[in-house]
Design a binder for this molecule. Structure first.
Ligand SMILES: *[C@@H]1O[C@H](CO)[C@@H](O)[C@H](O)[C@H]1NC(C)=O
Ligand SMILES: *[C@@H]1O[C@H](CO)[C@@H](O)[C@H](O)[C@H]1NC(C)=O
Ligand SMILES: *[C@@H]1O[C@H](CO)[C@@H](O)[C@H](O)[C@H]1NC(C)=O
Ligand SMILES: *[C@@H]1O[C@H](CO)[C@@H](O)[C@H](O)[C@H]1NC(C)=O
Length: 831
């Protein structure tokens, strides 16, 4: 008896000692990545777990201005405190009494005041020797001591199964069907309160599962179902330089997962409702030491769930964006699209021959809440099956890989359809036979033949007219300068879409002091720009289209409709417009710091832009341009990117302005040929200036010029050197080849401690201005190159390296040094 007692005493003493030793160990600088047995994480002791390679840290924290205590995980190796997971998001501890530990029954628990259990992990089973470990993926796991940390199947619990507002690489969004576990993202209520808000993102298990963002129980945005290749509603999401992703659906699991291409890069997806119900993919910029937005959802008007109602089709480049699908007409009236559309002619269900299907192309598939899927049916069988069920309204292949396979059928109204220029899908919609167009007997056939003959005759006649007209217009243009971009919108349609944005002329006259010269900010491509102050004190920039200008109206309308739909922190925001009488006016947000050229080419103001500011500007422009090129769904090529078209806000953040010449281009053409070249000498890519070929790569060229101008503080066009006739890029290239690239930089930057980064930017600039468009990187690649220090390819010969451009340009070659010489030019290119 006494013997055992002694031993017991001795044992408890030693365990006390080990505990003390372990405690002091966890306090020391070599932080632990795991605890077991009697070890604890205690708030008052500031103890934390740090993952093996120091990427993530787990500990107690108070969010925002709150004083409440939570257990969370954040990035350890970046200076911005970024919480990616919270344990007790609904049960904060009011003081610092918290303790995280594995209790005697082997369960992970968080204890608060009076050692009451505040939160506990839902472990599947308990084991003899559990270990709590924080992995470098950011995953917090409980495992058996004898199991390997990499064998995921053996985990007793993992935080990746209970995400909060953040999806990290390697985390699954979706379902484990065997256990019924759903992993979904729920936003924080506010910056101070991590408890679940009303904004969520999940994979919803319909027969045809969909990835959906919800606000409460209302659908807010659908990614669309997975079609074998991609999510139907986000065709632009392709594997890219930053990350790869997968969608897995089998009898055991249904989930989405992404992985980063480069382990040393950081990126995460966050659902944020404080910022207005958005889901953003953030990536870490290791140079500016801040997060930036890589992708943001919703992207545009058409992303809003069912914005055009039943059988409505949202088409971003149409005016108005809402249209009825062909064969349907407006239900209800005015601007309210919530009632959507109805059939021109309903089909009779009892009569099988009364209906058939019309194929629509390029769509986002409708809401899949009421669907039925069979992977083994063919498209033909699918059609027959749909036809035999009264409530079936549409069908298509459930998997579009190869020639397509599987069958999905819709029941009831079709909601949330939009049209894509690229990557949309086919959908077969049920219609009354009369809407099918000519497969109904001989009469129809004959009618079709007659019509066809008539059409051919008409066509020939029209072609003749067209040729004459084009000739006439060409003569006109040759004589009287350029004509407006041909526009296929009617004016009334414009009015409908512009209503929302309209400003009253009196308001503008008052705001600008009747366009007084004192308020004049400058002269833009289409006319003067004034500063104005609205009655509520808001400052605005007012762009007044000059009345004498023969061109412009259509470009202007183009600009309004495009800009109004685009939102990005590196694009200037259009607030409204005014079309009254002769006046055509645009109202933008006011940028107190005006444009970039006023800084970089100005002897004194240039000093305000140190290297870190300039780099911030370089990155901002790249992101704005990337958004225009690829993320905005409109695929806009700016075509006139230059220093004077980049405005700076209060904090000198760049915002791209002037989309007057921006132009969407359809289908999957990557470049378009245009008869009219619009742009500014010194920034135009050779293939554009000479052949009129424009593509996203022409913008990349202009961006490269801009980048070199920002670094050197000199204009490409006004660049003069005693010893040679090279322009700025020619000179940069010469120096590069001679191994002295840094000679080009603004002397003000010479003391910068980050010369290697400056060098990298020169390198990227030279890659952008390479002569052949196919050699130039895409903007997405430029953004990645700016954010990492991956190896860069060697640049090849730039285009237009000689100051006397290949384009004959006698009128403006005289006063090259003049700063005001930077006018936008328009010329006819040979075809
Ligand atoms: C903790 O115990 C004290 C004293 O017994 C009591 O007043 C207090 O309400 C308890 N707090 C909690 C959170 O249970
Ligand atoms: C959400 O947006 C707010 C406001 O912009 C910002 O302060 C906060 O950090 C964002 N939250 C996350 C998790 O990104
Ligand atoms: C039509 O399909 C729906 C949904 O699968 C089903 O509930 C209904 O019974 C079907 N009707 C007929 C007539 O087959
Ligand atoms: C990953 O990024 C790091 C730092 O940005 C870089 O040094 C490394 O070369 C990159 N690795 C690859 C494979 O690109």
């Amino acid at each position: 008896m006494t013997e055992t007692k002694k031993w017991g005493y001795f044992l408890s003493k030693t365990s006390l000692i080990t505990t003390i030793i372990l405690f002091s160990f966890s306090q020391s600088s070599t932080a632990l990545d795991s605890i077991s047995g009697t070890q604890t994480i205690i708030d008052t002791k500031n103890s934390t777990l740090v993952s093996k390679y120091g990427k993530f840290e787990l500990g107690f924290f108070s969010p925002g201005s709150s004083t409440k205590r939570y257990v969370g995980i954040w990035y350890k190796d970046i200076p911005v405190h970024t919480v990616v997971w919270v344990a007790n998001r609904q049960n904060p501890i009011n003081d610092s009494s918290g303790t995280l530990m594995i209790n005697r029954t082997g369960h992970l628990v968080l204890l608060g005041q009076n050692s009451s259990v505040v939160w506990s992990a839902k472990q599947t089973r308990s084991v003899q020797a559990p270990v709590l470990q924080l992995l470098d993926s950011g995953n917090l796991i409980v495992r058996d001591e004898k199991d390997d940390e990499n064998s995921e199947e053996s985990y007793l619990w993992q935080s990746f199964d209970y995400p909060t507002d953040t999806l990290l690489p390697g985390m699954k969004l979706g379902w484990d069907l065997r256990t019924g576990l759903e992993r979904k993202i729920l936003s924080w209520k506010s910056v101070d309160d991590p408890s679940p808000g009303d904004f969520s993102w999940e994979i919803t298990l319909y027969d045809y599962p969909d990835s959906i963002m919800w606000v409460d129980s209302e659908k807010y945005y659908r990614n669309g179902p997975w079609n074998g290749l991609r999510f139907s509603g986000a065709p632009e999401l392709k594997p890219n330089d930053l990350y790869s992703y997968q969608y897995i659906a089998n009898k055991d699991e249904v989930y989405y997962i992404f992985h980063l291409r480069n382990e040393s890069v950081k990126s995460r997806i966050v659902a944020n409702q404080t910022n207005g119900y958005i889901r953003e993919r953030h990536a870490w910029n290791s140079i500016t030491k801040s997060w930036y937005v890589f992708q943001s959802i919703p992207r545009d008007t058409c992303d809003k769930f069912a914005v055009c109602g039943a059988y409505g089709n949202c088409i971003l480049w149409e005016v108005p964006v809402c249209q009825c699908l062909k064969g349907f007409r407006r239900k209800g009236n005015s601007n309210d699209w919530s009632q959507g559309c109805e059939r021109n002619k309903p089909f009779d269900c009892n009569n099988k021959d009364s209906s058939g299907f019309v194929k629509f192309r390029g769509l986002k598939l409708p809401d899949t809440a009421h669907t039925w899927v069979n992977q083994s049916l063919s498209l033909k069988e699918c059609e027959a099956k749909c036809l035999s069920n009264c409530s079936c309204t549409a069908y298509t292949n459930s998997d579009i890989r190869g020639k397509g396979s599987g069958c999905v059928m819709w029941f009831g109204d079709l909601l949330d359809v939009r049209e894509f220029e690229e990557g949309g899908q086919d959908l077969y919609i049920r219609m009354h036979s009369s809407e099918l167009g000519g497969n109904n007997g001989r009469k129809v056939k004959i009618a079709v033949i007659v019509l066809a003959v008539f059409a051919v005759v008409c066509g020939l006649f029209c072609l003749a007219c067209y040729v004459r007209k084009v000739k006439a217009r060409k003569m006109l243009q040759d004589n009287a300068g350029p004509s407006p971009i041909i526009n296929n919108y009617s004016n009334e349609n414009h009015a409908e879409n512009l209503d929302v944005l309209s400003f009253d002329i009196d308001k503008i006259i008052k705001a600008t002091g009747n366009f007084s010269n004192d308020n004049k900010l400058g002269e833009g491509g289409f006319g003067p720009v004034y500063k104005g102050t609205l009655e509520d004190g808001q400052e605005i920039a007012v762009k007044r289209l000059s009345r004498t200008s023969g061109q412009g109206l259509n470009e202007l309308k183009n600009e309004i409709i495009l800009i109004a739909k685009l939102q990005h922190r590196n694009l200037v925001k259009l607030l409204g417009c005014c079309f009254q009488g002769e006046e055509k006016i645009l109202i933008y947000e006011y940028m107190p710091n005006r444009s970039l050229d006023g800084f970089i080419f100005d002897q004194t103001k240039r000093q305000l832009l140190d290297w870190s500011k300039r780099f911030q500007i370089v990155c901002g422009i790249a992101r704005g341009l990337l958004y225009l090129h690829q993320d905005s769904r409109l695929r806009i090529i700016h075509r006139d990117l230059k220093a004077s078209n980049v405005l700076l806000d209060n904090d000198l953040n760049p915002k791209i302005s002037d989309f007057g010449m921006a132009r969407c281009f359809g289908g999957d053409e990557s470049e378009a040929n245009t008869r009219r070249v619009v742009g500014t000498y010194g920034y135009m890519a050779p293939e554009y200036a000479i052949d009129g070929l424009f593509s996203v790569k022409s913008d990349v060229f202009s961006y490269g010029i801009l980048l070199l101008e920002i670094i050197s503080g000199k204009r490409n066009r006004g660049f003069y050197h005693l010893n040679h006739t090279l322009n700025l890029i020619g000179y940069a290239w010469k120096l590069w080849k001679e191994g002295q690239p840094l000679e080009i930089i603004d002397p003000l930057l010479k003391e910068s401690s980050e010369l290697s980064l400056v060098l990298r930017c020169i390198h990227i600039g030279l890659l952008c201005v390479q002569e052949h468009p196919e050699d130039r990187p895409k903007m997405s690649h430029v953004v990645v190159m700016l954010d990492s220090d991956s190896a860069l390819p060697q640049p090849k010969q730039p285009g237009f390296a000689i100051n006397k451009e290949a384009v004959s340009d006698s009128s403006s070659s005289k006063n090259e040094n003049s700063a005001t010489n930077e006018i936008t030019v328009t010329l006819l290119a040979p075809r």
